[in-house]
Write a protein that binds this ligand. Structure first.
Ligand code: SAM
Length: 417
């Protein structure tokens, strides 16, 4: 009976692994040693390769257990060495691409420090095509999300699930988005928490809206106001596209916790937001200072607003309107977020060969223009074999000033002269 169960389990495993090319390996194996191979070689080989997720699926079918989903996270080894899933920590529904979800295709050129990054929605009949060749979507669907594929021109591309960070940088835009480095800081400045109710103006292309939606979670709410219908439509489309893909590939649903409002915050804000109170606000629009009277009415006492402004003149306008009109706010922080991307690659000779190092691992620090830095070489570790070059990728550019103002009960007396 045990033998029978083992055979059934084995056949279930083979059925699941067939799309990965296992059937050829299997049929070339003599019948007498199949079971042995199953135990010793096949399973070991597959679990060592990129198929951990598929093996997870197999384990589920074999055990006929109550496990409903499998995940990259919380994978534990059973006594038989079969990866199983700790259902308490899973968030991803499956490690394989699903029809209808978003996939990111990446081709990096390390030598030129360039990369192609494209996000596509997978469909059974779709074909991804670029200068490196084409890949039918059906070759991607069902495969592990995080592996290399060959295009029709035999060029390797990496395909994985996009993160929200990837998505907002690639999605369609009309106005400029708030950049991720600033978004993180703004979320921190308004101290957003799950369950919060947040006001946003304007919605723009919807980048900030997505991060706010994620931060407040299913119990929270984001009210996003935009005066241009075209921008509002795009922000809403970008939001839904991300949400739909997430819901296909994750167990926990991304709820529709954003309400988009069409209107000008300064002119129609009072009417549209009537009866609401907010724990925090993010204001990214031209006339930030003019939004102050609306914020007095709708922001809870103790709640913070973060203004995203392009120049220091706008920062001064915000400070001045608070002082001159004695508004119940205190400006707590004015921040410019600096961010430098670095490239760290093995050093190579002209012919492409790595530069060997026999002693300690060494790093050459170079300036942006490629010239050797004043401290040319640093020894950073025990014996390694090749040298590495590290340099900042692009010069950091100014993007915005972030101004945090906290709503008080009254205008602070210390401001009065
Ligand atoms: C720079 S974009 C915002 C980008 C957005 N934070 C994002 O991450 O995609 C500024 C937006 O504010 C809108 N806007 C300007 N004044 C407004 C107002 N008084 N009320 C509502 N929206 C306004 C503009 O139409 C524009 O779409």
């Amino acid at each position: 009976m045990i033998r029978n169960r083992a055979r059934q389990s084995f056949e279930a495993l083979i059925r699941i692994l067939q799309p990965c090319g296992v059937s050829r390996f299997w049929s070339a194996t003599p019948a007498s040693s199949r079971y042995l191979l199953f135990r010793k070689k096949l399973f070991q080989r597959l679990s060592n390769e990129l198929k951990a997720q598929t093996v997870c699926e197999a384990a589920r079918e074999i055990n006929q257990s109550a496990m409903e989903n499998c995940s990259l996270f919380g994978k534990v080894e059973s006594s038989e060495g079969i990866p199983q899933v700790d259902s308490k920590v899973q968030t991803k529904a499956t490690g394989n691409f699903i029809d209808g979800e978003l996939a990111m295709i990446i081709r990096e050129n390390i030598k030129k420090h360039t990369s192609m990054k494209v996000i596509v929605k997978l469909t059974e009949k779709g074909i991804f095509s670029c200068k490196y060749g084409a890949i039918p979507h059906r070759h991607i669907i069902g495969e592990t999300c995080g592996r290399e594929f060959l295009t029709s021109q035999d060029i390797q591309v990496l395909i994985r699930r996009p993160t929200l960070h990837d998505y907002i940088l690639i999605m369609r835009r009309l106005p400029t988005i708030s950049f991720p480095k600033d978004i993180c800081t703004m979320l921190m400045m308004i101290d957003v928490s799950p369950g919060d109710s947040i006001l946003e103006a304007g919605s723009g292309s919807g980048a900030m809206t997505l991060f706010l939606s994620k931060a407040v979670g299913p119990q929270g709410k984001v009210h996003s106001m935009e005066m241009k219908m075209k921008h509002l439509d795009l922000a809403s489309k970008n939001f839904n596209r991300w949400k739909d893909s997430w819901n296909l590939s994750h167990n926990c649903k991304w709820t529709s916790n954003v309400e988009f409002h069409h209107g000008c915050l300064i002119n129609n804000g009072y009417r549209i937001l009537e009866g609401l109170k907010f724990d925090g606000a993010v204001i990214d629009m031209e006339e930030c200072a003019a939004a102050m009277p609306v914020l007095i009415q709708f922001l809870k006492i103790g709640g913070a607003v973060c203004f995203y402004v392009a120049n220091i003149t706008q920062v001064i306008e915000i400070c001045d309107i608070i002082r001159s009109q004695e508004l119940p706010f205190t400006v707590e922080n004015i921040v410019e977020v600096q961010h430098t991307d670095w490239i760290v690659n093995p050093a190579r000779r002209r012919n492409g060969a790595f530069i060997n190092s026999t002693s300690n691992m060494s790093v050459h620090l170079t300036d942006d223009d490629g010239k050797e830095a004043k401290t040319p070489e640093r020894l950073i570790g025990p014996a390694q074999y090749i040298k590495y070059i590290a340099k900042p990728w692009k010069g950091s550019e100014h993007s915005a000033f972030l101004v945090k103002a906290v709503r008080l009960e009254l205008f602070p007396s210390s401001y009065k002269v």
